[in-house]
Design a protein around this ligand. Sequence first.
Ligand code: IMP
Ligand code: MG
Length: 186
Amino acid sequence: MPVIEGCLPVTDRMRIAVRISSAEIAARIEDMARDIRAAMPDETLLVPVLTGSFVFAADLVRALARAGADWPLDFMTLSSYGAGTESSGRVQIVRDLRETVTGRPVLVIDDILDTGNTLLFARNLLRERGASDVKICALLDKPSRRRVDLTADFTGFSVADEFLVGYGLDKAGRHRGLAYIGAIEE
Ligand code: IMP
Ligand code: MG
């Protein structure tokens, strides 16, 4: 079976076209980490929104450490998708934070800002709980898909309106382990 960029094998009927290479992602994350380090206060609580952000978050926290920011981290799992590729618009807390956010600056980290439902829900929730500041960091931004008024404070790449997989992003639970971000071509 063919292998793309040293990653998962794909079948003859399905190819994944590279949209953002692993080298491009790595370079951009170093810049993002420096920007975040400069803009956010020390001890900002990092809150990656699982599941899609886990690969990005792992690389971002290490880039932040290289940039001199050794900050606390806690995960939250939110769900707005079923098994399909369309946001249901209803966001649910699947697993909540263990940390208390009252009085603390928070950086919410996600793989992609799409309709905006998920990250708007997260921002409102953390503000209601008394966070002193809530900023948003998304590796990818699909501005053409937005259904709510929300802009990320830190963005990696602006992308076109097509469904992407890899680097944590899945389609029906698959392709999260690709080192690059790609689009499925069937
Ligand atoms: P939103 O609530 O519509 O902004 O969607 C946010 C979540 O939907 C993201 O955190 C992703 O998990 C998922 N998502 C949105 N677009 C894509 C995509 O192109 N590929 C994979 N997952 C996506
Ligand atoms: Mg997600």
